[in-house]
Structures are given as structure tokens and as C-alpha cells.
Design a protein around this ligand. Structure first.
Ligand code: NAD
Length: 424
């Protein structure tokens, strides 16, 4: 039986509780027994390290870092490393589990992990960041590796950070091991197509959704929130295949053109002026209202909790493609379902990034690199297959797409755990 109690405001906005609510509902519907739920819920390893680092002014500081490996049931753990002053073990733990479900829903042979270092990157020099990264890597050295756990960039870390991790690991092992991290610079074993992979994945699953609605991209209006890596790429790629991007919402305002915005020109305008606002071919509109414009597709690609119990009833899109992680609260799910909004849930919609990370790991291990066309073709194959698996599952079991995605993922991980058996 699924017990429903209204969450408090704080509970609703807590993304970890949101993921937990979906986990509970999916495992209940899958009738997983208590033991299996415990196994799936509990991280397999949690590492805490305290790393002494010499600052530029000669002071010695000690930073705390975490690495949580949630599951290795289906393959090496996979997940980013974030640098932020408010990183907590709880947050890293929840994000690691999230990675397990995301990798399982697109059926790539990885488990889930996440890492973090408590620090304020904006006040640290490049040299200090490098020393933090290298010492953190050295402290978790025996727990990471191409067969064990493969880090990637996350908040405030980037391909530079990955190059430092790869180098530190390689120095200790006395040979170059490119497959220890993904999201590396292209010349150091990175993959073609990684930068645009998440936005491309969003476009691919949206095209699949259109087929189910009998819509053509040329007749489809799109509103996108966030014009960064995910939103910007999704806008550019969707526009290139004919979608009409009628509104773009950024942190400082929103722009609108009912005939569709020229994304290339808007990108140039933002580069020159620092903002999407005052774009010659569009009108500035209220950013807090733009998400509620009538449109065919809404792509929240900025941050979490933007669609919640207070505003979900005002969404007038037919399809919601979740580019961001956790843009919709669990309490909003029921409202969207009641209004027949077709949701492409985050763990599916934004899994293009981790899928191309998987390709990067494969290419590094083979020492054989693919051209962009092959990367994009294989990405499309995986995204389409995963979309069909989730949506067909939802229809067959009369659940919403999000719960279907969790059920598909949990079922795959539970199956791997059962097949492997419990080693004692
Ligand atoms: P980003 O920093 O490149 O872009 C985010 C953009 O959103 C920025 O331009 C920012 O100004 C804007 N923004 C922030 N708050 C906003 C608000 N309240 N309203 C409107 N715009 C706002 O980040 P990103 O890499 O594009 O990530 C966006 C989301 O996608 C995050 O939730 C992230 O976890 C998720 N995600 C990213 C990837 C990836 O490969 N980059 C993969 C999976 C999921």
C-alpha cells in the first residue's frame, strides 16, 4: 500500500526526500521485499577524507572530502565530484543513489557514486584548487579506477580538474590511465560530443515524445528555462531540427518571440552583452510568468524544484522534458498527471551526458576513438531505446513516466543483485 501524507514546505523542496518518495513508490509497486529495499537504499561504501593543503599565503588548511559509492551491482560506480562550501555527506549520498538509477534507466553498465570537497572555489587560486584536487585524489586512490569507480565533473569542477585527477592517478600507477575519469579534455582521451550530449539527449527524447502526439517539430513551440550547458545546447539543437523556441528564461529575465527565436543570434547577443535580455528579435517578458506560457514543450534546464505544488497547476505545456536534475517536486507529480502532462523524467531526459561519459570510458579502454557521427548515432540509439522502455512500461503498468523510470531502474539493479547473490 502506498501511504500518502502531505509534505511540509521544507520536505517538498528537499530533493533527497523527493528521490526517496519515488524510490518508495517504485519499490512498493515492484513488490520488492524489505531486504532488497535495504540493499538498494544503502550505499556500499562511504569514504571521508581530511586533506591538508598548503595555501598560497603559506597557511596550512585542512579540507574535508567525501566519495560515496552507492552501488557497483551493474558495473563500476560512476559519478561526479563537486566543490562547494555547503557539500554534505547526506547530499553526496543521495546524489550517488541518483546516479545508480540514471545509469540503470539507460542500461549502461555502471553503478552510481558521487564525491565532494567542502571548499569555496571562488576564493581559491588555480594552484590551490590543483593541490586540493591532487591530494583528494591521492586519498581516495585505491577506491577509484576504470574498473572500480569513475569520477566526472560536477558543480565547480571541470575538464581541468579531471586532467589533474587523471594525472595524479597515473603518476601513482606509473602509467597513463585515461579511463579513470570522464569529462576530460578531448586531447587527453575525452570524447567527441560530450559537451553537447545532455542537450542532445533532451532533443532526442522530445522528438520521440512528439511521435506519440503526432506532432512535427515545425509545429511545436518550446519554452526553455536555463541557457547554460544543457538549456543552451538543447535550444540550439532543437532549433536546428525545426522546433520553434518561443521563450527562453534566464536568471535575470526572459525573452519571447511567438514565431521562434534565432538561437544562434541569441547566443551571440548573450556573449556580447552578458545577458539574453534586450535581444532585437524578441520582447523582454516577466521571467516568473514565462514558465506558464501555453506551449507544446517546456524544458526546465536550470535548477531544482522550479515546478512544485504551488505552481504545477499553471503549467500549460503538453510535454515536460526535464533537462535539470530534480526540477519537479514529488508533490507536483500528481498535479501534472491530473493535467495529463507528458513528463520525460530527469533520470531519463538528462541521461545523455552520462551515456557519452560511458562512451568516453569505452573509447579510453579500447584506445580507439570514434568520430562525432558514431557518438551521436549510438547516443540516439540508447536514448530512443530507453525512452521506449520507460513509456511502454508506464502504459503497461498504468503508472506515470517518472515512476516507470524508477521501476525500470530499480528492477534492473535488483535483478543484478539477485543474480550475483549475497557474498558471505
Ligand atoms: P549551467 O550552469 O551551465 O547552466 C544553468 C543556467 O541556468 C545558467 O545559465 C543560469 O544562469 C541559469 N539559471 C540559474 N537559475 C535560474 C533561474 N532561477 N531561472 C532561470 N535560469 C536560471 O548548468 P548546466 O550544466 O546546464 O546544468 C543545468 C541543470 O542540468 C542542473 O540541474 C544540472 O544538475 C543538470 N544536469 C547537467 C548535466 C550536464 O551535462 N551539464 C547533466 C545532467 C544534468
Amino acid at each position: 500500500m502506498i501511504v500518502e501524507t502531505a509534505p511540509t514546505e521544507e520536505q517538498e523542496m528537499n530533493p533527497w526526500l523527493a528521490a526517496e518518495a519515488r524510490f518508495e513508490e517504485a519499490s512498493e509497486r515492484l513488490k520488492l521485499d524489505d531486504g532488497m529495499r535495504k540493499v538498494l537504499r544503502t550505499p556500499s561504501r562511504e569514504i571521508i577524507v581530511h586533506i591538508p593543503v598548503m595555501l598560497d599565503d603559506g597557511r596550512l588548511e585542512v579540507f574535508t572530502g567525501y566519495r560515496v559509492q552507492h552501488s557497483i551491482a551493474r558495473g563500476p560506480a560512476k559519478g561526479g565530484i563537486r566543490f562547494a562550501p555547503d557539500v554534505t555527506l547526506d547530499e553526496v549520498r543521495a546524489l550517488a543513489a541518483w546516479m545508480t538509477w540514471k545509469c540503470a534507466v539507460v542500461n549502461i553498465p555502471f553503478g552510481g557514486s558521487k564525491g565532494g570537497v567542502i571548499c569555496e572555489p571562488s576564493v581559491l587560486s588555480e594552484g590551490e584548487l590543483e593541490r586540493i584536487t591532487r591530494r583528494y585524489t591521492a586519498e581516495i586512490l585505491e577506491f577509484i579506477g576504470p574498473e572500480k569507480d569513475v569520477p566526472a565533473p560536477d558543480m565547480n569542477t571541470n575538464e581541468r580538474t579531471m586532467a589533474w585527477i587523471m594525472d595524479t592517478y597515473s603518476m601513482h600507477f606509473r602509467h597513463t590511465v585515461t579511463a579513470v575519469v570522464t569529462g576530460k579534455p578531448f586531447n587527453l582521451g575525452g570524447s567527441r560530443g560530450r559537451v553537447e550530449a545532455t542537450g542532445r539527449g533532451c532533443m532526442i527524447v522530445t522528438l520521440e515524445a512528439l511521435k506519440r502526439f503526432g506532432l512535427r517539430p515545425e509545429d511545436t513551440s518550446v519554452v526553455i528555462q536555463g541557457f547554460g550547458n544543457v538549456g543552451g545546447m538543447a535550444a540550439r539543437l532543437m532549433s536546428a531540427v525545426g522546433f520553434k523556441i518561443v521563450a527562453l528564461i534566464e536568471i535575470d529575465g526572459a525573452v519571447y518571440n511567438k514565431h521562434g527565436l534565432s538561437i544562434q543570434a541569441l547566443m551571440e547577443h548573450k556573449k556580447e552583452s552578458g545577458s539574453i535580455l534586450d535581444f532585437a528579435e524578441a520582447e523582454n517578458i516577466d521571467k516568473d510568468e514565462a514558465m506558464f506560457l501555453p506551449c507544446d514543450v517546456l524544458v526546465p534546464a536550470a535548477k531544482e524544484n522550479v515546478i512544485n505544488s504551488h505552481n504545477a497547476g499553471r503549467i500549460r505545456a503538453r510535454i515536460l522534458c526535464e533537462g535539470a536534475n530534480g526540477p519537479t517536486t514529488a508533490a507536483a507529480d500528481a498535479i501534472l498527471a491530473e493535467n495529463n502532462i507528458f513528463v520525460i523524467p530527469d533520470i531519463l531526459a538528462n541521461a545523455g551526458g552520462v551515456t557519452v561519459s560511458y562512451f568516453e570510458w569505452v573509447q579510453d579502454r579500447q584506445g580507439f576513438f570514434w568520430n562525432l557521427d558514431l557518438v551521436n548515432r549510438r547516443l540516439a540509439e540508447i536514448m530512443v531505446e530507453s525512452f521506449d522502455a520507460v513509456v511502454d512500461y508506464a502504459q503497461k503498468h498504468t503508472v506515470n513516466n517518472r515512476i516507470a523510470a524508477y521501476m525500470v531502474a530499480l528492477d534492473r539493479v535488483a535483478f543484478a543483485v539477485k543474480l550475483r547473490g549475497i557474498y558471505a
